[in-house]
Ligand binder design. Structure first.
Ligand code: NDP
Ligand code: MG
Length: 374
């Protein structure tokens, strides 16, 4: 298989599952964590590897790479070339952010199975994948897929933990530090998605992801602090089913890699049923999560996901660099969505349109954060 983003949280979990299933790894990619990448290269002996920055080449274990005749690719174009040069029919995209979109499109173009953790691919360009089957690696969408039946569906529901700052007093929230916002109560994940969970942007992404995956517009989300219920489906007949499991990404990853094997063995701890007594579903409060007010607009105009994503990436980057406070992330997104409101009536068709809008939103958000932000 091909694994993009092997050094990340989903990437390392994917390697554990691949190991348990005895799946050979043909191609691996990493960003900046070359020390971990060298270890993975030794352990999994891929035929092809790619790193984001050619300047990091000197950190690679070139003696081993040459001895094993491993082909090395570099940068964004190199990553796309590596996908095209790979024989594997299964590709896991565990990259984070907009950088994952072009690889997803190439995986589709090559006709390979797309096991998609990079939700930003769908947030930015869901309609470009409308005719292509995607296996989602996201606990809520895996849960929805698990519950999906031929019965008529009234509504899809996904849950949110509330993120690291769910109990912080509202007056302190705008000034939360990166260290505080990165302490997720239930999941161990990469930095960006952990911040996206604290602002609730992650749940907006997931609502859009569910919309593009299942083609249903009636989607809601609730806070469920234990992360035990991941998804619920309400059927037209009045029944509701819920997907419950231990919070562990190895379950959705296992199904994405090999459904037959995933069904027949347990990789994650059994769920402790006594925990169900603590479970409550609560509405998402837009005083704590101001971006949540965007949900219905995004569902009505899902291509606005491009604006949401680009402004969020700029603001989260600035927050993690301690250049802006936590409250400015949501403020920047709301301001960008207001500024680009006319996009609702634009016809965005291809990747060039997405790139142009993405760049425009990034420039606006960066400038707003730099000059206008209160
Ligand atoms: P991480 O930050 O932990 O990992 C991201 C991976 O992408 C790393 O291997 C990183 O390399 C690599 N990478 C980052 N930027 C670039 C770039 N510009 N070019 C090439 N490679 C790059 O993220 P997660 O694993 O947490 O998340 C990955 C995706 O999965 C995200 O879209 C996230 O929303 C989604 N997801 C994650 C979940 C989780 O539990 N973590 C749950 C559900 C969805 P390096 O570290 O070497 O720099
Ligand atoms: Mg999720």
């Amino acid at each position: 298989m091909i694994l993009l983003g092997s050094t990340g949280s989903i990437g390392t979990n994917t390697l554990k599952v691949a190991n348990a299933f005895g799946l050979p790894i043909e191609s691996l990619s990493a960003g900046k964590n070359i020390a971990l990448f060298n270890t993975q290269i030794h352990q999994y002996r891929p035929k092809n590897i790619c790193i984001a920055d050619i300047n990091d080449a000197t950190k690679l274990d070139m003696a081993y790479i040459k001895a094993q005749n491993i082909r090395v690719f570099f940068g964004e174009e190199g990553l796309l070339d590596m996908i095209k040069a790979s024989q594997s029919t299964l590709a896991v995209n565990a990259l984070v952010g907009y950088a994952g979109l072009a690889p997803s499109l190439v995986i589709k173009q090559c006709g390979k199975k797309l096991a998609l953790a990079n939700k930003e691919s769908l947030v930015n360009a869901g309609w470009l994948f409308a005719d292509y089957p995607i296996t989602p690696i996201d606990s809520e969408h895996f849960g929805l897929w698990y519950l999906h039946t031929a019965r008529a569906i009234h509504r899809l529901c996904i849950t949110a933990s509330g993120g690291a700052l769910r109990d912080m007093p509202l007056d302190k929230l705008p000034f939360a530090t990166p260290a505080e916002a990165l302490k997720h109560p239930n999941w161990s994940m990469g930095q960006k998605i952990t911040i996206d969970s604290a602002t609730m942007v992650n749940k907006l992404f997931e609502v859009l992801e569910a919309y593009w995956l299942f083609g249903i517009q009636h989607i809601d989300a609730y806070i469920e602090e234990c992360s035990a219920i991941h998804a619920l489906v309400e059927f037209v007949d009045g029944s509701i089913t819920a997907h419950i499991s231990h919070a562990d990404m190895q379950l959705p990853i296992a199904y994405a890699l090999d459904e037959q094997k995933a069904k027949s063995m347990r990789l994650i701890p059994r769920f402790d049923m006594s925990a169900l007594t603590n479970i409550h579903l609560k509405p998402i409060d837009s005083k704590r999560y101001p971006v949540w007010d965007l949900k219905s607009t995004l569902l009505a105009y899902p291509k606005l996901g491009i604006v949401l994503n680009a402004s969020n990436e700029i603001a989260v980057g600035a927050f993690l660099d301690s250049r802006i406070d936590f409250g400015s992330i949501s403020a920047c997104i709301l301001e960008s969505m207001r500024y680009f409101d006319s996009i609702k009536t634009h016809t965005l068709t291809d990747i060039q349109d997405i790139r142009a809008l993405d760049s425009e939103v990034r420039a606006f958000s960066a400038s707003w954060l730099h000059t206008t932000r209160p």
